[in-house]
Design a protein around this ligand. Sequence first.
Ligand code: HEC
Length: 193
Amino acid sequence: MKIGKETVPRSSISTSDEHTIVVRGHDLSKELIGKISFVDHFFLLLTGKMPSPVQTAVLNATLVAIAEHGLVPSVQAARMTFAAAPDAMQGAVAAGKLVYNDSSNNCGGCHTFKPAGATGKVGPALDDLYKNAQLAGLSVPDFIRQSIVDPNAYVPPGYPKNVMPGNFGSLPKSQLDALIDYLVPTSTKTVSP
Ligand code: HEC
């Protein structure tokens, strides 16, 4: 018996009958479970062959390297949510949090922001931007946008110029908008104008 509907184009990766499940020609319960590693099984599924020790080592190293670059559930979930429903607030928040926490942007490395659990101390805390927005003569959302796109336009007292990276203006528009939506609420809720 093949796995899956008979009407669906099928592969021969696995087959099963009432006694055995066979994966790429190997008996799942007798030859694979408890005998080979997950990475070896992945290699077997993908290529149809058992890996050599060298291939196992390279695949292991590759997967560890990928895991360090965003192959984490929060990234996948936020991207899918935002792509499916860009107008939904939850989507924007999820995506904003994604952009904020993205290790290449590293906002949290420099800024404290409670909703993201970030405790950076290089730049001002972002939990309440109302006062600085007022000093800069802008609404909170406009101030946040300006601070991200053109950081030197307003530099709050006691903080250095040219430290906040100047290249965030080139983030895709959807990411920038989501990031601003993400940063605004705490500033408007906690301070009365
Ligand atoms: C290398 C450290 C660094 C990184 C990374 C960084 N910032 Fe900043 N940021 C600063 C500094 C320093 C200031 C204050 C000086 C200025 O306004 O340029 C600042 C200012 C700001 C302000 C204005 C705050 C205020 O009260 O005036 C906002 C908003 C802001 N950053 C958002 C972000 C976001 C969002 C990210 C990630 C996309 C980010 N920053 C990444 C250092 C950083």
